[in-house]
Design a binder for this molecule. Structure first.
Ligand SMILES: NC(=O)c1ccc[n+]([C@@H]2O[C@H](COP(=O)([O-])OP(=O)(O)OC[C@H]3O[C@@H](n4cnc5c(N)ncnc54)[C@H](OP(=O)(O)O)[C@@H]3O)[C@@H](O)[C@H]2O)c1
Length: 281
Protein backbone atom coordinates (compact mmCIF):
# COMPACT_ATOMS: atom_id res chain seq x y z
CA UNK A 1 0.00 0.00 0.00
CA UNK A 2 1.34 3.49 -0.82
CA UNK A 3 2.19 5.85 2.04
CA UNK A 4 -0.88 7.59 3.40
CA UNK A 5 -0.84 11.37 3.79
CA UNK A 6 -2.42 13.38 6.60
CA UNK A 7 -2.67 17.07 7.46
CA UNK A 8 -3.02 17.87 11.18
CA UNK A 9 -3.68 21.46 12.25
CA UNK A 10 -2.42 22.89 15.54
CA UNK A 11 0.41 20.36 15.63
CA UNK A 12 3.07 22.40 17.44
CA UNK A 13 2.25 20.65 20.72
CA UNK A 14 -0.56 19.14 22.78
CA UNK A 15 -2.87 16.63 21.12
CA UNK A 16 -1.92 17.67 17.57
CA UNK A 17 1.82 17.31 18.21
CA UNK A 18 1.36 13.88 19.81
CA UNK A 19 -0.91 12.73 16.96
CA UNK A 20 1.62 13.96 14.38
CA UNK A 21 4.42 11.98 16.08
CA UNK A 22 2.30 8.85 16.39
CA UNK A 23 1.14 8.90 12.76
CA UNK A 24 4.71 9.56 11.60
CA UNK A 25 5.82 6.50 13.62
CA UNK A 26 3.06 4.47 11.96
CA UNK A 27 4.47 5.35 8.56
CA UNK A 28 2.12 8.13 7.48
CA UNK A 29 3.44 11.13 5.58
CA UNK A 30 2.48 13.89 8.00
CA UNK A 31 1.86 17.55 7.18
CA UNK A 32 1.80 19.45 10.46
CA UNK A 33 0.12 22.84 10.71
CA UNK A 34 1.93 25.26 13.01
CA UNK A 35 1.10 28.91 13.59
CA UNK A 36 4.70 30.08 13.43
CA UNK A 37 7.51 28.66 11.29
CA UNK A 38 9.62 28.43 14.48
CA UNK A 39 7.07 26.12 16.25
CA UNK A 40 8.57 22.87 15.04
CA UNK A 41 10.73 21.76 17.98
CA UNK A 42 8.24 19.05 19.07
CA UNK A 43 8.03 17.53 15.58
CA UNK A 44 10.29 14.68 14.50
CA UNK A 45 12.43 14.93 11.38
CA UNK A 46 10.47 13.76 8.38
CA UNK A 47 7.24 15.52 9.38
CA UNK A 48 6.53 18.46 7.03
CA UNK A 49 5.68 21.62 8.96
CA UNK A 50 3.35 24.07 7.21
CA UNK A 51 2.47 27.52 8.53
CA UNK A 52 -1.29 27.48 9.08
CA UNK A 53 -3.17 30.15 10.96
CA UNK A 54 -6.86 29.34 10.77
CA UNK A 55 -7.82 33.00 10.78
CA UNK A 56 -5.49 33.82 7.89
CA UNK A 57 -7.01 32.33 4.76
CA UNK A 58 -3.86 32.93 2.71
CA UNK A 59 -1.93 30.50 4.90
CA UNK A 60 -4.60 27.83 4.35
CA UNK A 61 -4.51 28.22 0.59
CA UNK A 62 -0.70 28.22 0.54
CA UNK A 63 -0.62 25.06 2.68
CA UNK A 64 -3.15 23.30 0.43
CA UNK A 65 -1.11 24.26 -2.65
CA UNK A 66 2.09 22.96 -1.10
CA UNK A 67 0.50 19.63 -0.20
CA UNK A 68 -0.96 19.34 -3.70
CA UNK A 69 2.43 20.06 -5.25
CA UNK A 70 4.15 17.42 -3.09
CA UNK A 71 1.50 14.70 -3.36
CA UNK A 72 0.16 15.23 -6.88
CA UNK A 73 -3.14 16.55 -5.50
CA UNK A 74 -3.84 13.62 -3.18
CA UNK A 75 -4.50 13.75 0.55
CA UNK A 76 -5.79 10.82 2.60
CA UNK A 77 -6.83 12.60 5.76
CA UNK A 78 -7.39 15.92 7.49
CA UNK A 79 -7.38 16.18 11.28
CA UNK A 80 -8.97 19.50 12.26
CA UNK A 81 -7.33 19.72 15.66
CA UNK A 82 -6.30 23.37 16.20
CA UNK A 83 -8.46 25.20 18.67
CA UNK A 84 -8.66 27.70 21.50
CA UNK A 85 -10.71 28.04 24.67
CA UNK A 86 -12.43 31.33 25.42
CA UNK A 87 -13.87 31.26 28.93
CA UNK A 88 -16.06 33.48 31.06
CA UNK A 89 -19.69 34.43 31.74
CA UNK A 90 -21.91 35.08 28.73
CA UNK A 91 -22.55 38.65 29.91
CA UNK A 92 -18.95 39.72 30.42
CA UNK A 93 -16.86 38.03 27.72
CA UNK A 94 -15.97 40.75 25.18
CA UNK A 95 -17.63 40.27 21.80
CA UNK A 96 -14.22 40.20 20.07
CA UNK A 97 -13.41 37.18 22.23
CA UNK A 98 -16.69 35.49 21.30
CA UNK A 99 -15.79 36.15 17.64
CA UNK A 100 -12.25 34.79 18.10
CA UNK A 101 -13.72 31.63 19.62
CA UNK A 102 -15.93 31.03 16.61
CA UNK A 103 -13.40 32.29 14.05
CA UNK A 104 -10.83 29.71 15.15
CA UNK A 105 -12.98 26.77 16.35
CA UNK A 106 -15.71 26.89 13.71
CA UNK A 107 -15.03 29.10 10.67
CA UNK A 108 -11.34 28.15 10.69
CA UNK A 109 -12.20 24.43 10.61
CA UNK A 110 -14.62 25.02 7.75
CA UNK A 111 -12.04 27.08 5.82
CA UNK A 112 -9.35 24.41 6.29
CA UNK A 113 -11.76 21.71 5.19
CA UNK A 114 -12.83 23.67 2.10
CA UNK A 115 -9.19 24.18 1.13
CA UNK A 116 -8.35 20.45 1.02
CA UNK A 117 -11.65 18.66 0.29
CA UNK A 118 -10.94 18.31 -3.44
CA UNK A 119 -7.75 16.39 -2.56
CA UNK A 120 -9.64 14.22 -0.04
CA UNK A 121 -12.29 13.39 -2.66
CA UNK A 122 -9.54 12.21 -4.99
CA UNK A 123 -8.44 9.55 -2.49
CA UNK A 124 -11.78 8.78 -0.81
CA UNK A 125 -10.14 10.19 2.29
CA UNK A 126 -11.18 11.06 5.83
CA UNK A 127 -11.90 14.11 7.95
CA UNK A 128 -11.53 13.88 11.71
CA UNK A 129 -12.77 16.91 13.63
CA UNK A 130 -11.68 17.36 17.23
CA UNK A 131 -14.69 18.57 19.16
CA UNK A 132 -15.28 18.36 22.91
CA UNK A 133 -17.85 16.66 25.09
CA UNK A 134 -18.82 20.16 26.30
CA UNK A 135 -20.78 20.36 23.04
CA UNK A 136 -23.37 18.18 24.81
CA UNK A 137 -23.17 19.51 28.31
CA UNK A 138 -22.23 23.03 29.31
CA UNK A 139 -21.51 24.74 32.64
CA UNK A 140 -21.26 28.34 33.87
CA UNK A 141 -18.36 30.23 32.19
CA UNK A 142 -17.98 27.50 29.54
CA UNK A 143 -20.42 29.19 27.16
CA UNK A 144 -18.02 30.31 24.39
CA UNK A 145 -15.98 27.10 24.12
CA UNK A 146 -18.99 24.80 24.48
CA UNK A 147 -21.03 26.76 21.92
CA UNK A 148 -18.16 26.61 19.42
CA UNK A 149 -17.83 22.83 19.84
CA UNK A 150 -21.61 22.38 19.52
CA UNK A 151 -21.44 24.35 16.26
CA UNK A 152 -18.52 22.21 15.09
CA UNK A 153 -20.54 19.07 15.91
CA UNK A 154 -23.34 20.28 13.62
CA UNK A 155 -20.90 21.21 10.84
CA UNK A 156 -19.36 17.74 11.15
CA UNK A 157 -22.77 16.09 10.90
CA UNK A 158 -23.71 18.03 7.76
CA UNK A 159 -20.34 17.32 6.14
CA UNK A 160 -20.56 13.64 7.07
CA UNK A 161 -23.82 13.24 5.19
CA UNK A 162 -22.72 15.45 2.27
CA UNK A 163 -19.57 13.39 1.82
CA UNK A 164 -21.09 9.95 2.31
CA UNK A 165 -22.12 9.47 -1.34
CA UNK A 166 -18.76 10.91 -2.42
CA UNK A 167 -16.68 8.43 -0.47
CA UNK A 168 -15.10 10.74 2.13
CA UNK A 169 -15.63 9.51 5.73
CA UNK A 170 -16.13 12.15 8.40
CA UNK A 171 -15.85 11.61 12.17
CA UNK A 172 -16.08 13.74 15.27
CA UNK A 173 -13.85 12.97 18.26
CA UNK A 174 -15.18 14.38 21.54
CA UNK A 175 -12.61 14.22 24.35
CA UNK A 176 -13.05 15.06 27.99
CA UNK A 177 -10.22 16.91 29.76
CA UNK A 178 -6.71 16.17 28.46
CA UNK A 179 -3.34 17.27 29.89
CA UNK A 180 -2.22 20.05 27.54
CA UNK A 181 -1.32 23.73 27.71
CA UNK A 182 -4.73 24.82 26.40
CA UNK A 183 -6.12 25.75 29.85
CA UNK A 184 -3.11 27.90 30.74
CA UNK A 185 -3.33 29.64 27.35
CA UNK A 186 -7.05 30.26 27.90
CA UNK A 187 -6.41 31.80 31.32
CA UNK A 188 -3.66 34.04 29.94
CA UNK A 189 -5.85 35.17 27.02
CA UNK A 190 -8.77 35.91 29.38
CA UNK A 191 -6.54 38.05 31.61
CA UNK A 192 -5.37 40.08 28.61
CA UNK A 193 -8.87 40.47 27.10
CA UNK A 194 -10.52 41.36 30.42
CA UNK A 195 -14.28 41.54 30.88
CA UNK A 196 -16.83 43.94 29.52
CA UNK A 197 -19.45 45.62 31.68
CA UNK A 198 -19.36 48.12 34.55
CA UNK A 199 -17.46 47.28 37.74
CA UNK A 200 -20.67 46.23 39.50
CA UNK A 201 -21.49 43.68 36.79
CA UNK A 202 -17.95 42.39 36.84
CA UNK A 203 -18.07 41.99 40.64
CA UNK A 204 -21.32 40.02 40.31
CA UNK A 205 -19.56 37.22 38.43
CA UNK A 206 -16.11 37.20 40.00
CA UNK A 207 -16.95 34.46 42.53
CA UNK A 208 -18.54 32.26 39.86
CA UNK A 209 -15.47 32.52 37.65
CA UNK A 210 -13.23 31.66 40.62
CA UNK A 211 -15.37 28.64 41.58
CA UNK A 212 -15.39 27.34 38.00
CA UNK A 213 -11.64 27.95 37.71
CA UNK A 214 -11.08 25.83 40.85
CA UNK A 215 -13.46 23.19 39.53
CA UNK A 216 -11.49 22.92 36.27
CA UNK A 217 -8.10 23.01 38.03
CA UNK A 218 -9.12 20.28 40.52
CA UNK A 219 -10.52 17.98 37.85
CA UNK A 220 -8.39 15.15 36.49
CA UNK A 221 -6.95 15.34 32.99
CA UNK A 222 -6.11 12.31 30.89
CA UNK A 223 -2.71 11.91 29.22
CA UNK A 224 -2.75 12.62 25.47
CA UNK A 225 -2.20 8.94 24.55
CA UNK A 226 -5.89 8.06 24.84
CA UNK A 227 -7.13 10.65 22.42
CA UNK A 228 -4.23 9.99 20.03
CA UNK A 229 -5.32 6.35 19.97
CA UNK A 230 -8.88 7.44 19.18
CA UNK A 231 -7.69 9.71 16.35
CA UNK A 232 -5.68 6.83 14.85
CA UNK A 233 -8.76 4.61 15.13
CA UNK A 234 -10.94 7.19 13.34
CA UNK A 235 -8.31 7.40 10.58
CA UNK A 236 -7.79 3.67 10.12
CA UNK A 237 -10.97 1.76 11.10
CA UNK A 238 -12.56 0.09 8.10
CA UNK A 239 -15.88 1.60 9.14
CA UNK A 240 -15.09 4.70 11.22
CA UNK A 241 -17.75 5.77 13.73
CA UNK A 242 -19.63 9.04 13.28
CA UNK A 243 -18.67 10.12 16.80
CA UNK A 244 -16.00 8.90 19.22
CA UNK A 245 -16.05 9.84 22.89
CA UNK A 246 -12.53 9.85 24.30
CA UNK A 247 -11.89 9.46 28.02
CA UNK A 248 -13.88 8.27 31.04
CA UNK A 249 -15.04 11.79 31.94
CA UNK A 250 -16.32 12.26 28.39
CA UNK A 251 -18.43 9.13 28.68
CA UNK A 252 -19.80 10.22 32.06
CA UNK A 253 -20.64 13.71 30.76
CA UNK A 254 -22.30 12.28 27.65
CA UNK A 255 -24.49 10.13 29.90
CA UNK A 256 -25.29 13.09 32.18
CA UNK A 257 -26.24 15.14 29.13
CA UNK A 258 -29.28 12.90 28.79
CA UNK A 259 -30.60 13.92 32.24
CA UNK A 260 -33.47 16.47 31.85
CA UNK A 261 -32.28 20.09 31.77
CA UNK A 262 -33.38 21.49 35.15
CA UNK A 263 -32.19 18.44 37.08
CA UNK A 264 -28.90 18.55 35.20
CA UNK A 265 -28.46 22.27 35.99
CA UNK A 266 -28.92 21.54 39.70
CA UNK A 267 -26.42 18.68 39.53
CA UNK A 268 -23.78 20.76 37.73
CA UNK A 269 -24.19 23.79 40.01
CA UNK A 270 -24.05 21.65 43.15
CA UNK A 271 -20.98 19.75 41.95
CA UNK A 272 -19.17 22.98 41.09
CA UNK A 273 -20.27 24.61 44.35
CA UNK A 274 -22.01 27.51 42.60
CA UNK A 275 -25.09 29.01 44.26
CA UNK A 276 -26.72 32.39 44.91
CA UNK A 277 -24.07 33.12 47.58
CA UNK A 278 -21.33 32.79 44.92
CA UNK A 279 -22.58 35.96 43.18
CA UNK A 280 -22.23 39.40 44.56
CA UNK A 281 -20.13 42.31 45.49
N1 LIG B 1 -7.04 19.61 26.27
C1 LIG B 1 -8.31 19.34 26.50
O1 LIG B 1 -8.74 19.11 27.64
C2 LIG B 1 -9.30 19.30 25.35
C3 LIG B 1 -10.59 18.83 25.63
C4 LIG B 1 -11.51 18.79 24.60
C5 LIG B 1 -11.16 19.20 23.34
N2 LIG B 1 -9.89 19.65 23.10
C6 LIG B 1 -9.59 20.11 21.75
O2 LIG B 1 -8.41 19.50 21.30
C7 LIG B 1 -7.80 20.33 20.32
C8 LIG B 1 -6.30 20.44 20.63
O3 LIG B 1 -6.16 21.12 21.86
P1 LIG B 1 -4.98 20.86 22.88
O4 LIG B 1 -5.59 20.50 24.16
O5 LIG B 1 -3.93 20.01 22.28
O6 LIG B 1 -4.43 22.35 23.08
P2 LIG B 1 -3.08 23.06 22.59
O7 LIG B 1 -1.92 22.31 23.09
O8 LIG B 1 -3.23 24.48 22.97
O9 LIG B 1 -3.18 22.87 21.03
C9 LIG B 1 -4.00 23.68 20.24
C10 LIG B 1 -3.24 24.01 19.01
O10 LIG B 1 -4.05 24.85 18.17
C11 LIG B 1 -3.23 25.92 17.74
N3 LIG B 1 -4.00 27.11 17.36
C12 LIG B 1 -4.63 28.00 18.16
N4 LIG B 1 -5.16 28.99 17.42
C13 LIG B 1 -4.85 28.71 16.13
C14 LIG B 1 -5.09 29.35 14.91
N5 LIG B 1 -5.72 30.53 14.82
N6 LIG B 1 -4.62 28.78 13.77
C15 LIG B 1 -3.94 27.61 13.82
N7 LIG B 1 -3.66 26.97 14.95
C16 LIG B 1 -4.11 27.52 16.10
C17 LIG B 1 -2.33 26.21 18.91
O11 LIG B 1 -1.24 26.99 18.49
P3 LIG B 1 -0.55 28.02 19.54
O12 LIG B 1 0.17 27.15 20.51
O13 LIG B 1 0.30 28.85 18.69
O14 LIG B 1 -1.66 28.77 20.20
C18 LIG B 1 -1.96 24.80 19.32
O15 LIG B 1 -0.91 24.29 18.54
C19 LIG B 1 -8.54 21.65 20.36
O16 LIG B 1 -9.46 21.72 19.29
C20 LIG B 1 -9.28 21.59 21.68
O17 LIG B 1 -10.46 22.37 21.69
C21 LIG B 1 -8.95 19.72 24.08
Amino acid sequence: MSTRTVLITGAAGGIGGAAARRLHDLGWEVYAGVRRASDTSALPAGVHPLVIDLIDEETLDAAAKEIAARTGGRLDALVNNAGVIVEGPVETVPLEEWRRQFDVNVIGQVAMTQAVLPMLRTTGGRVVNIGAVSSRMCAPTFGPIAASKAALASVTEALRMEMRPLGVRVSLVEPGAVQTEIFAKAGAAARIAGWRGDPETQRLYRGVAEKMGEFVDNGSRAPVDGIVKTIVKALTARRPAAVYLSGRDARIMAALAKVPGRTRDRLVLRTAGVGAETYGP
